[in-house]
Ligand binder design. Structure first.
Ligand code: UDP
Length: 258
């Protein structure tokens, strides 16, 4: 099994993307560590859809490989890794772990900024978390539908709030491109991409029964809630991803790739 240790990272390489081998608890510890260190770090995730985009989009793949931590957010990636002969401890899904992480962030006095989703959603997500977690410092929110002309103003607003962690939820790969392009301009030690997290935390999007979520069927629940937007991603995307892995591993391996 190919593993590489880089900057204290243990990663696997799946279809050209380096993915950290760590469980959810270790992910939380790393984010807290990053927030306390000098320098700027970016945290990103991958699911099956992201992996397919990264196959086609070299720029996105480079951004993922240049960032400081990439975690598996989808059961598809964990399954894909396994088919490739790698073991990942499991998926880490922000909608599950965020309340617990926020308790830990609150304990450390860390300041968060929520950036993304439709108007009012990040605000609602922040209000719910603040209500449940006394002492949690969400120092600002902004929706994710600003124009390139407004970008400078949005970034100035984020910096003015002086967050330790900027949580960015624009969906992949837009958020990763945005994070990479604006990493220098954002002063926070940590910038972290979370996709549609604010929709879930605000309660605007429901997640589905626990038994499905815990057994690799979150995609099915999401498909039911937004079939028109997501059928292609899940029905075609997930299947393509699994077949692509099997194809590359057993039938037509790319020379020099493991
Ligand atoms: N979004 C945004 N700005 C945009 C496009 C999308 O803030 O220009 C938000 C959208 O409202 C949603 C999230 O990005 O909250 C995308 O969610 P999705 O579930 O597609 O994320 P992914 O599955 O890619 O992680």
């Amino acid at each position: 099994m190919e593993k590489s240790v880089r900057l204290n990272r243990q990663t696997i390489n799946l279809l050209g993307v380096n993915i950290d081998i760590l469980d959810t608890e270790a992910l939380g510890r790393k984010i807290i560590d990053f927030a306390g260190l000098d320098g700027k770090r970016s945290v990103m995730y991958v699911n099956a859809d992201c992996m397919l985009i990264a196959r086609r989009n070299e720029n996105y793949r480079r951004i993922l490989n240049d960032c400081d931590l990439v975690y598996a957010d989808g059961a598809g990636v964990v399954l894909g890794a396994r088919l490739w002969g790698h073991i990942l401890p499991g998926r880490s899904t922000a909608a599950d772990f965020m309340p617990d992480f926020c308790r830990k962030f609150a304990g450390k006095g860390l300041r968060l900024f929520f950036l993304g989703a439709a108007c009012g959603v990040a605000d609602e997500a922040a209000a719910r978390l603040r209500r449940d977690i006394p002492g949690l410092r969400i120092v600002g929110t902004h929706h994710g539908y600003f124009t390139p002309d407004q970008e400078e103003e949005v970034i100035a607003g984020v910096n003015k709030a002086e967050p330790d962690i900027v949580v960015v939820g624009f969906g992949a790969p837009g958020q990763e491109m945005w994070m990479s392009k604006n990493r220098r301009a954002l002063n926070a030690p940590v910038v972290w991409g979370v996709g549609g997290l604010f929709d879930f935390l605000s309660g605007r999007t429901r997640r589905g029964p626990r038994i499905l979520l815990d057994n690799g069927f979150e995609w099915l629940c999401r498909l039911f809630t937004e079939p028109r937007r997501l059928w292609r991603r899940y029905l075609i995307g997930n299947t393509t991803f699994v077949f692509y892995i099997l194809w590359r591993r057993f039938i037509a391996p790319e020379p020099g790739k493991s």
